[in-house]
Design a protein around this ligand. Structure first.
Ligand code: MTE
Length: 323
């Protein structure tokens, strides 16, 4: 008999989104479930459905979700980095909810794979086996942090669907390009589209996650609707938002921040309190939304607290050089 041992980052069964929530979490089914149909689509993809009650995100107050102390939704959805919609933290919430459409949304999985895919995000969620909730630490390279209850599916499931060839060593992710709707893209504040990458073994690590929701509701535009990458042991810039293409490659992709400023931002971007950013310390971090007067900063943890799950990926790698 197969006995499944719980992973240490996991919530107890009782805290995981119910099967009913899994089904309703599909954005269109969800809208039908709350009776909003097409008119609600715009609202849902813009994260404005809270007033309708949203999804039943079941949480067990006795456990870990609270042990990790999730950041209030208001902060997660209004303090954002999404340069396509401005460089100030409060801009994406406004500018990504103006003209930009995130429904319908097609995702392409391509490159060195036996089973390329091009499909609607809701079909991808179904093929990946539905949604689960994971509460992860979220640490930006700018030395601030949050704790986010994400909904989504393990990236490993998508890798399995694509059946990569043995020559595939990396996964390259590309974000949308729509300068008419994204003022940051028309201003050229970065080279677009935004690109990120992982080594294939990193992509298959149990923690690597594709998020499609936050707090049991469809992911708001400003957080990367309708799907974004979450790699909690890495700095937040690896968590590319609003993905349109996932490509398996033989060579290391050049990620946007490395391309823009390679002396400060690398490919690996593993959270590391011992390797400072050239312009600031990474030893501690500002806790966004902290309600404690005594504790608004905390020490940064190696691999953001996920050393047990990921350290073996980097055996023999000089983490100071491969920042
Ligand atoms: N993805 C895209 N497409 N564009 C961006 O500017 N910013 C990154 C990452 N993903 C960014 C992106 C950075 S620097 C961080 S810290 C996180 O998104 C922020 O995610 P959040 O706004 O959900 O906290």
């Amino acid at each position: 008999m197969f006995i499944r041992t719980k992973k240490d980052w996991e919530l107890p069964e009782s805290a995981v989104t119910s099967e009913q929530a899994y089904r309703t979490h599909n954005r269109r089914d969800f809208l039908k479930a709350v009776g909003l149909g097409a008119a609600g689509a715009a609202l849902a993809s813009r994260g404005l459905l809270a007033a309708t009650g949203g999804l039943p995100a079941k949480e067990n107050p006795a456990f870990p979700a609270s042990a990790l102390n999730p950041t209030a939704e208001e902060f997660i959805t209004s303090y954002n980095n999404f340069y396509e919609f401005g460089t100030a933290k409060e801009q994406p919430k406004v500018l990504a909810n103006r003209d930009w459409k995130t429904e319908p949304w097609t995702v392409e999985v391509t490159g060195l794979v036996d089973k390329p895919l091009k499909l609607d995000v809701n079909d991808l969620i179904k093929q990946a086996g539905g949604i689960e909730e994971r509460v992860y630490r979220h640490r930006c390279v700018e030395a601030w942090s949050m704790v986010v209850p994400w909904d989504g599916f393990p990236l490993a499931k998508l890798v399995a669907l694509a059946a990569p060839k043995s020559t595939a060593k990396f996964v390259k992710f590309t974000s949308f390009l729509d300068p008419k709707s994204a003022p940051g893209q028309s201003s050229g504040n970065l080279d677009y589209p935004y690109v990120e990458g992982l080594r294939i073994d990193e992509a298959m690590n149990e923690l690597a996650f594709i998020a499609t929701g936050i707090y049991g509701k469809p992911i708001p535009n400003q957080n990367g609707a309708p799907l974004r990458l979450v790699t909690p042991w890495k700095y937040g810039f690896k968590g590319i938002k609003s993905i349109v293409k996932i490509e398996f490659t033989g060579n290391e992709p050049i990620n946007t921040w490395k391309q823009m400023q390679g002396s400060e931002y690398g490919f690996y971007a593993n959270v590391n309190p011992n390797v400072d950013h050239p312009r600031w310390s990474q030893a501690s971090e500002q806790i966004i939304g902290s309600t404690s007067l005594l504790r608004s900063r905390q020490p940064t943890l190696m691999f953001n607290g996920y050393e047990k799950q990921v350290a073996s990926l980097y055996t023999g790698l000089d983490l100071r050089r491969n920042y």
